[in-house]
Design a protein around this ligand. Structure first.
Ligand SMILES: [Zn+2]
Length: 98
């Protein structure tokens, strides 16, 4: 995903601007891994292998995304992802420990 593409992206639900956090970048300066965060609805959209996942909630599977968020704990800055939204509180600690 090119950085310039970011300027054209907004949250599909409320058209708000998205804040990007970059986890990995390739040699052509394209974002390979990271996430987009909407400060209006608090949704988080992961960028996986250069592709931003911006499907409606019902077409997303938290079980596929959870390993990313666990790996990105540093970049999430101590926050957690719950119901595809960024949360300051860990609501399902048991699920994450498993
Ligand atoms: Zn939003």
């Amino acid at each position: 995903m090119r950085k310039i593409t970011l300027e054209k992206l907004c949250c599909p639900f409320d058209k708000a601007l998205l804040k990007v956090t970059i986890v990995a970048i390739d040699m052509s300066d394209n974002i390979q891994e990271g996430y987009l965060h909407c400060s209006t609805c608090n949704r988080i959209y992961p960028i996986v292998m250069g592709i931003p996942i911006m499907n409606p909630d019902e077409y997303r599977e938290i079980k596929y995304e959870k390993p990313l968020y666990e790996r990105w704990s540093k970049q999430l800055n101590g926050k957690y992802v719950s119901d595809f939204r960024l949360s300051s509180y860990q609501t399902s600690s048991r699920a994450i420990e498993e």
